[in-house]
Each structure stands twice: as C-alpha cells, then as structure tokens.
Ligand binder design. Structure first.
Ligand code: DP6
Length: 353
C-alpha cells in the first residue's frame, strides 16, 4: 500500500454518531534499533522488534460530535486529568487528519492506563500511541467505515504518533522500514516477520531491570534529530540495514550466540550514537554499566544464553529463552536486582499468537 491508499474521504464516515471504544496495546523492544528519521516519521533505517505481552497500555476513547468551533480533548491517566498529554494528542490528530478527517468533527475524552508504573522509565509512547490508533480503527467501524486491512491501518496511524508504536500492533517479531530482505516491508507501516523462526526464539523472556525510574533526559524526537549531521550517521544506517539480513538469518537458524552479539552491539551502538552527538548524552547510569558487566561475567562463566538490549535510557532489557529461565531468574534476583533503584524488575515475555 502507498500513502494515498490510507486517505479516506469524510463522506464515508457518519459523523453524527457518538460512542465509546477501548483497546489494549503492548510495548515493544527493538533488536535492530530505529534511530534517525525524516519527515513525516520515515525511518532512516529499518528496524526489527519483539512485541511484549505484560507491559501494555489500555485506552478508552469517548467521542461526541463537537459542540463549539474548536475540538475539545480531555485526557485522564488512571482517573487523574492530565492536561500535559493534550498537546501531544492534538499534534497526533493534526498529523493524521488527512487520513482520518472525521477527527476535526469530534470532542474526545481519553482514559488511559499503563500496566507498568508511569515513573518506571518504560517508554509508553509505543504502547500508548498504538492503543489510541487501535481505538480510532474501532471508532471508524462505528462510524461506518471498515478498512480493508485494519491492523495495517492501525500501524500506519501509530507511526505518525510515534515511530516505534507502528510495530506494537503485531505480536512477536516485527519489521518496520523498507528493505530488500523482508517482503512487503514498508517505511509507512510495520509488518510481522514471516521468516521461519527457530522455536528457541518464540518463547523469549524480557526482564526489564528498572535501574533508574523517572523520565528520560532526552526525548526521542530530540534524539532522532541528533542523527542529522551526525559524523557517524551514514555508517550507522548502513550497519543497521545490514543487521536486518543478519538477524533474520540468526532467527532462522536458532543461532543464540550470534543473536547475543548482534543485539548487544545494536544496543551499545544506539548509546554510542548519543555519546558522540552534539550535544552529547550519556543515558546509562553507573548501575547500568555495573549490571551489564555482571551479565557478561555470568555468561562467560556459565555459558547461559543471557543477553541484553537497551532503550534510549538507563534501564536494561535482559533477553533469554524459556529453557534457561530456571537458571537465569535466580541470578537476576540474587545478583542484578541490587542495581535497580527500587530493587524492582518487570518480568515480561514475547507472544507469537
Ligand atoms: C531507541 O518511537 O520513541 O526505542 O518516532 O520520535 O516517537 P518517535 O521515537 P520513538 O523512538 C524509539 C527509539 C528506540 C529504538 C526503537 O524502538 O527502535
């Protein structure tokens, strides 16, 4: 599908109707990172992620034909009115208005809840924007329009809210960004990875060490922009592109060691990009480094398949297959939780259903 296929005329929607819709959407963690974008939310390199199961956002959207000239949007997070969220939602609605023209004719009340604590530092934009986009697809149905490929449309809309959100509408391993290795890949929306995945990668756990709870020191939009005129940008984009092919091969053949090498390199490259940008950012905390060193020592000594990846923050995502859980979980509890600000981790996993 191309961009114009997502444009829908106002006439197909019955904008006299009111109603309420709800949706749930999980967060995801990138294995090959999206870092750098062009207008409008086009990634400078393709990415592949795992969609999580337990870290999700639940959103309810009430829509009423608008009363005044300007549209009103009210946002509640866990029963508390959150006026600070409104500009972001407004910006999102403005961006998607050419594809969802009914938005300008409604007042909205949005109630949202994250399964993870808001202060945990877990990126809520992926789960939040994808949950809201799913709500819009359901709202469209109520207004009389059913998209030919509703999930793809949800992904397209999500991308315009937050790039990584477009991957969250699918379970399991998901690709976003045009490349020659994934059939039907697109810069406009994500697609599930259809490669024959080795069973070892289908039951992966993701334990998130909450090293530092609190908001990020650099917003992702600022972070992505730092890749413009970055001295290593071209090399980074090329490497990420090539890593798509390498990762697919690893996933097919069940190469756990190769998986660890590639995924950890991707995570450290993301942070290296931030450290070498202008202005520079160091998003790891001393405890991030200390915990990563423990992971490397543990792996060397035990040969257990415990790997890590990082978001644009201080927290660590520990990745390991189901088979290794019995040995790895006690190690996390005994040796790694001490590095977490409140001694806490989130035990998540991926789902391929
Ligand atoms: C480091 O999707 O949060 O998590 O498109 O500006 O909303 P925006 O950025 P966002 O960037 C996420 C970057 C990342 C890597 C990734 O998820 O691929």
């Amino acid at each position: 599908m191309i961009e114009k296929d997502f444009i829908t005329p106002l006439s197909v929607f019955d904008i006299a109707l009111q109603g309420e819709v709800s949706a749930q959407s999980p967060s995801n963690i990138a294995l090959v990172k999206y870092w750098g974008k062009k207008d409008p939310q086009i990634p400078t390199n393709p990415s592949i992620s795992y969609t999580l199961t337990k870290s999700f956002t639940e959103t309810t959207l009430k829509f009423n034909p608008k009363k005044g000239e300007a549209a009103h949007i009210k946002v509640y997070l866990d029963e508390n009115k959150e006026d600070t969220f409104v500009p972001k939602i407004k910006k999102f609605f403005d961006r998607i208005a050419p594809y969802a023209p009914y938005l300008n004719h409604y007042d909205f009340e949005l109630r949202t809840h994250n399964s993870f604590p808001h202060s945990s530092g877990i990126a809520s934009s992926a789960s939040g924007m994808s949950a809201l986009s799913k709500c819009l697809i359901d709202m469209e149905e109520k207004l009389g329009y059913t998209a030919e490929m509703p999930t793809q449309r949800a992904s397209f809309l999500s991308r315009l809210g937050s790039g990584s959100a477009c991957r969250s509408v699918y379970n399991g391993l998901v690709n976003w960004g045009k490349n020659e290795y994934v059939t039907d890949s697109s810069d406009l929306y994500a697609t599930p990875l259809k490669t024959e995945i080795n069973p070892v990668f289908k039951t992966f756990h993701d334990t998130i060490l909450l090293i530092h709870e609190g908001s990020k020191t650099v917003s992702s939009t600022v972070g992505h922009n730092l890749m413009n005129n970055h001295p290593y940008a071209e090399a980074r984009f090329k490497e990420a592109y090539n890593n798509i092919a390498k990762l697919i091969n690893i996933l097919e053949f069940g190469d756990l060691e190769g998986f660890g090498q590639l995924v950890e390199h991707e995570a450290l490259s993301l942070h290296a990009m931030m450290m070498t940008s202008n202005p520079a950012f160091i998003l790891m905390k001393p405890n991030t480094v200390a915990a990563l060193e423990k992971v490397w020592t543990f792996r060397k000594e035990t040969k257990q398949p415990l790997f890590f990846t990082l978001d644009a923050g201080a927290n660590i995502h520990l990745l390991y297959p189901e088979e290794a859980e019995k040995i790895i979980k006690p190690f996390i509890a005994n040796e790694l939780l001490v590095f977490c600000q409140n001694g806490k981790a989130i035990y998540d996993q991926v789902n391929f259903d």
